[in-house]
Design a binder for this molecule. Structure first.
Ligand code: ZN
Length: 414
């Protein structure tokens, strides 16, 4: 092809190759669907020291390197170059900064942008098959950019935090996640659970411009480890117990009553969801069935527990903190005198966590965002059949949030 010089300028233009770099060779392998592009710097070129910024450092030596770039049509594209190391009088010998790739990566920045965009919408294994790369190499890219984004956070305005723990899979190791309740952005995700994670979180925010004294609110479930950790490391923070966890515990108590009673009353078998689901989410036939069970007085204990659970939900629908506290007191009297063992025990738990439950009516914080993220993360985890390493699982959690900003060239115009 005689037009090669023109094609070369075209490639330099679209690839953003600028002086002192230029394209020196091109090989098209039609059999393997691969294009190899050679890039080199002009003889005598000098470079900037990556450490101190001093210009005009002369080249000390070079190393041959190769990067996978974005595909060109159906062709895989590889870029090859000899990468110069300069000798700076002040800092010694260092590899120069390349406009198309970061040090140590076998991919161009644009390819890494593609990986980060795809990772937010598809499992990494599927992406690896599509791109013809091993998923371990892609995870390395993902983990790198997530770590960078997490570390570049400025947490000086962080005031309200939601914390929750989740297992990667049933019975697997836990990860604990902290989010900014105001922005819904993930702040810190770590392996493990319990009090120790609060200490790690404290160290993390201190090293990112935040201060424990600035944290005014925590939202969490009633786990003693969270309560102890927040009390010890964030003594100024107010705790709001997540209302969905409170209601979930009430539902568990109700279901325990039903399961015990169904030994006597056959009609209760298979009726679990009728009692637990919100009434508005029941089908007409289910509503009728539930009303019939309640009306027939066939299951007095379950019916009573159901009334108590509905009453708790009404407490939560109140808009006014003082009224809510009065209503909760009334609810507590009823529940604690119900003579239904699981309900009495739950009422005791409510009493022991009274202030944190009432705080909801002042702060209005819940962990609904974290709950949503947890289920998204589990769905992704199931599709990916697990993540092999904890680090990958943590990255997947950050990706599920979709809130991190990566320092990479954009693939699409703004
Ligand atoms: Zn230097």
């Amino acid at each position: 092809m005689q037009k090669l010089p023109e094609f070369r300028s075209f490639l330099e233009l679209v690839m953003g190759i600028q002086e002192p770099w230029h394209i020196t060779g091109l090989n098209v392998d039609t059999e393997n669907c691969q294009i190899d592009i050679d890039i080199d710097f002009m003889t005598g070129a000098a470079f900037t020291c990556p450490k101190c910024g001093q210009d005009e450092c002369s080249v000390h030596d070079t190393r041959d390197k190769r990067w996978r770039h974005l595909n060109l049509f159906q062709y895989k594209v590889y870029v090859h170059a000899r990468v110069p190391r300069i000798r700076c009088p002040q800092d010694g010998t260092h590899q120069v900064l390349l406009p198309w790739a970061r040090e140590g990566s076998g991919f161009t920045l644009l390819f890494e942008s593609l990986v980060m965009e795809l990772a937010q919408v598809m499992p990494v294994k599927a992406m690896a098959d599509m791109l013809g790369e091993h998923d371990t190499r892609l995870w390395r890219i993902i983990n790198h950019h997530i770590a960078e984004a997490v570390n570049s956070q400025d947490l000086s305005n962080l005031e309200s935090v939601g914390v929750d723990e989740t297992a990667r899979r049933k019975g697997h190791r836990y990860i604990t996640s902290f989010i900014d309740l105001k922005t819904c952005a993930p702040v810190f995700v770590t392996e493990g659970k319990g009090k120790g994670t609060l200490k790690e979180f404290l160290e993390f925010i201190k090293s990112h411009g935040g201060a424990p004294s600035k944290i005014k609110d925590f939202s969490c479930d009633m786990s003693p480890a969270f309560i102890a950790g927040i009390g010890e490391y964030f003594p100024c923070a107010r705790i709001t117990f997540d209302k969905f966890h409170v209601i979930k515990m009430m539902n568990e108590a109700l279901d325990n009553v039903r399961r015990k009673e169904q030994k006597e009353f056959e009609e209760l078998k298979g009726s679990r969801w009728l009692w637990l689901r919100k009434e508005k989410n029941l089908k007409q036939s289910q509503k009728e069935k539930l009303n019939k069970l309640i009306g027939s007085k066939a299951a007095p204990q379950t019916t009573k527990a159901y009334g108590i659970s509905q009453s708790l939900k009404r407490v939560y629908s109140s808009n006014e903190a003082e009224w809510a506290e009065l209503a909760l007191k009334g609810w507590y009297r009823w529940a604690s005198h119900s003579r239904l063992k699981p309900v009495v025990e739950f009422a005791r738990t409510v009493k022991e966590h009274w202030n944190g439950i009432i705080n909801y009516f002042h702060s209005r914080w819940t962990n609904s965002i974290l709950e949503a993220l947890n289920s998204l993360f589990k769905a992704f985890s199931a599709r990916a059949r697990g993540y092999r390493t904890v680090r990958n699982a943590i990255s997947a959690f950050y990706l599920a949030c979709g809130k991190l900003k990566f320092d990479l060239p954009r693939l699409t115009p703004e």
